[in-house]
Design a protein around this ligand. Structure first.
Ligand code: PEP
Length: 232
């Protein structure tokens, strides 16, 4: 079973949500499909499709204007939440420490956090991918509870560029070894960054790749369904 997780980011409306989820309902797959929607789209008919959110507050409740708590996500029947997406790390200054606190808040509410890590183009060109990814991983994951890790090279997100198969394999080997070192080798590991219907099958065949985190291509059934069908 592979995970195929859509990340809608700040896109979509009730109509486009309805259209995508309706099309997913008719798909037969052994893989696990999750769609991470903007907060306002989480309520309402989801056609039985598993929903995720894109952020969670590290706090339980109180004076945190604009934030959404774990309990609020539970009320909306959310099962997964993306934490530490590179856009949140970049535009909202989320550090590994904050990401870890958010992952803990999700786990406390029985929501599975999808913890994102990945190097910038500069770090890659400086030959620092492995050290950066390993540090982000070990500082962002909580000590207890179930979680998923998503490796998303920042330069691959929304750019149409992906690492080579060998590059992905090397990073996943590093992540797998680091998690094995703390007895968390069963953690599902996702790849994210410019996944489409043409490259999805090849990427999930790489050792230790347990699924995909899909941004732009998850917005419409025209582009999301070919990814899902290609890895069935
Ligand atoms: C993402 O934002 O998580 C992502 C993977 O985006 P895209 O698929 O558009 O590169």
């Amino acid at each position: 079973m592979k995970f195929i997780v859509g990340n809608w980011k700040m896109n979509g409306n009730m109509e486009s949500k309805d259209s995508l989820l309706k099309s997913l309902k008719n798909i037969h797959t052994d893989n696990k499909i999750v769609v991470c929607l903007p907060f306002t789209l989480l309520y309402g008919n989801n056609y039985g499709i598993t929903l995720g959110a894109q952020d969670i507050s590290e706090h339980t409740n109180g004076a945190y204007t604009g934030d959404i708590s774990g309990q609020m996500l539970v009320d909306a029947d959310v099962k997964y939440v993306i934490v530490g997406h590179s856009e949140r790390r970049l535009y909202h200054n989320e550090t590994n420490e904050i990401v870890c606190a958010k992952a803990k808040a999700a786990i406390k509410n029985k929501i599975i956090p999808i913890i994102c890590i990945g190097e910038t183009a500069e770090e890659k060109h400086a030959g620092r991918t492995m050290s950066v990814v390993k540090k982000m991983l070990l500082e962002s994951i909580p000590k207890t509870g179930d979680y998923i890790v998503a490796y998303e090279p920042r330069w691959a997100i929304g750019s149409g560029q992906t690492p080579t198969t060998d590059e992905i394999a090397a990073v996943f080997e590093t992540i797998y070894k680091a998690l094995s070192g703390i007895k968390r080798e069963n953690t599902p590991l996702l790849y994210g960054g410019s996944v489409n219907g043409d490259n999805a099958k090849q990427i999930v065949s790489i050792p230790h790749v347990g699924g995909l985190l899909v941004g732009g291509a998850s917005l419409k059934s025209d582009t999301f369904l070919p990814i899902i069908k290609s890895i069935d």
